[in-house]
Design a protein around this ligand. Structure first.
Ligand code: 4AD
Ligand code: MG
Length: 465
């Protein structure tokens, strides 16, 4: 008997006038007393297929009574024919419609009129059914695949790093504590209440903020590695660029220096954007037309143009002589705010920027000290509309310099004895970086808020889902 075909396959088909079976959800139903049009989408791609239902066989009252309404799950058997209407090449002339699950139009939260992104955030479990989130989620998938493909094609190995860890990779103290709440014997405090601060099997542990330190361990054996996993930051920032749980991609390469690291970051980002343009044309076109008419131009611009590279010190000089008034003053030694980063990218250079050699005091302990003793071999990649999309560095491979930085920055050596062994035995120059996956998706989709590019965003007060 007849097997189901995906909507995207049917829309591409040139084999017409045959019997087909399609299963999906009703996006819209409209029409008159002669004919009803039902748009069916099964998630396989952006476009829906039009089902034409002759009112003699399928009068509107019957479709309504059967629950063929916006949001219902249905199966349609019929003939695939060339479409008379514009906007699609094929359509299905319905012969049989089966309803799997109806959706009461008086209570179904997704109405035809379209909803604000703020409202959709409150129904995160239903928003994947909208055009916007279907597009975002398919692009998210395509980018995950493109990342693995890029590294695989370039000889990198994918390393799984732990999520529960005893160390703070960034030394910034922005960690979520992991505790044991055994149902037989929960740890109790003196008052006899469950102790939520108790340790994990006798050791203080956290959710990882970065897989970098374990990635360095792997790079010192396998040469070229990368991680791609969830990371957690307990920073109470309610911005459109921060999440408490986000995904990070962290390549780490033995014998790479800062130049190599910049070359890798730039080639990687430009390849990913090119992949999106080639593989997600329908979804990107929709997002471009719906939200941001400059999106496709901006993506193409990144593919076609080299990034601007300059030092932090040079950037501070540019910012100090800028005519624009900033909310936060700029002075050598202070961290750049996103207003400064965006000025450099969007107003001054008008292209992506890689800033290098930041003051050591505003960067992590593991970065390689420059000869001047004041700056480190750090690099941040800054993107239009986003600010920092990548942070990375060449690592300090000298045991003595590294432990001295750890002491100065109060990073406990006893927690990182295993990390220090990489410097003790067969140490070598190496470099890597972290790409925030959701910031990449923000850039590619042109969405304005990071909460709209991950299925279930975690941020302060996001407990509902
Ligand atoms: O600059 P960060 O903190 O660097 C690291 O974690 C290094 N260990 C990376 C490395 O060298 N292997 O974070 C890297 C990137 C940022 O540039 C940003 O894109 C993203 O991770 N990021 C966040 N994304 C969403 N929400 C947050 N709270 C983020 N914090 C960082
Ligand atoms: Mg950073």
């Amino acid at each position: 008997d007849l097997r189901k075909t995906s909507v995207q396959e049917l829309l591409r088909s040139t084999d017409l006038d045959r019997e087909v079976l399609v299963k999906g959800w009703v996006r819209t139903r409209r029409g008159n007393k002669y004919v009803q049009f039902i748009a069916v989408n099964d998630g396989s791609g952006f476009n829906s297929i039009q089902v034409v239902a002759n009112a003699e066989q399928f009068p509107e009252e019957k479709l309504k009574a059967d629950g063929v309404e916006n949001g219902a799950a249905i199966a349609v058997r019929g003939r695939l024919v060339a479409s008379q209407g514009k906007g699609q090449s094929v359509e299905i002339q319905a012969e049989e419609i089966t309803v799997y699950g109806s959706a009461d139009p008086t209570t179904y939260p997704l109405q035809k009129k379209g909803h604000s992104l703020e409202f959709l955030r409150e129904i995160a479990h239903l928003r994947p059914r909208t055009n916007t989130f279907g597009a975002v989620l398919r692009i998210r998938h395509a980018m995950s695949f493109a990342i693995h493909k890029y590294f695989n094609d370039h000889g990198y190995f994918y390393i799984h790093t732990p999520i529960i860890t005893g160390s703070d990779a960034e030394g910034a103290g922005q960690m979520f504590r992991v505790t044991t709440l055994s149902d037989t014997k929960p740890p109790l405090n003196e008052a006899g209440e469950v102790d939520y601060t108790a340790d994990f099997f006798g050791k203080a542990t956290n959710l990882t903020v970065s897989g970098q330190l374990e990635g360095e361990v792997a790079a010192m054996a396998l040469g070229k590695v990368y991680t791609f996993g969830p990371t957690f930051r307990a920073e109470n920032s309610n911005t459109a660029r921060h999440l408490a749980e986000f995904w990070m991609i962290e390549p780490e390469v033995a014998f790479n220096d800062l130049q190599d690291n910049m070359d890798l970051a730039e080639d990687f980002l430009r390849s990913l954007v090119r992949y999106a343009l080639e593989h997600c044309p329908d979804d990107l076109q929709f997002l471009n037309d719906q939200y941001d008419k400059e999106l496709l131009n901006r993506l193409q611009f990144v593919v076609d143009n080299e990034f601007k590279r300059l030092t932090y010190t040079e950037a501070v000089e540019i910012l100090k002589s800028a005519k624009q008034k900033f909310e936060f003053p700029v002075d050598w030694g202070t961290d750049l705010q996103s207003e400064h980063e965006r000025y450099l990218v969007e107003k001054h250079f008008k292209k992506p920027v890689i800033l290098t050699n930041y003051p050591k005091d505003i960067k992590a302990f593991y970065m390689k000290l420059d000869e001047d003793g004041r700056t480190v071999r750090a690099m941040d990649v800054l993107f239009p509309g986003i600010g920092e999309i990548i942070g990375g560095s060449q690592r300090e491979e000298d045991m003595q310099k590294l432990t001295q930085r750890m002491q100065e920055m109060h990073v406990p050596e006893e927690d990182l004895w295993w990390y220090l062994d990489t410097r003790r035995y067969g140490s070598a120059p190496h470099a890597g970086f972290g790409l925030g996956f959701e910031r990449l998706i923000l850039f590619i989709t042109g969405m304005a808020n990071i909460r709209d590019v991950i299925p279930f965003p975690r941020f302060p007060k996001s407990a509902e889902f």
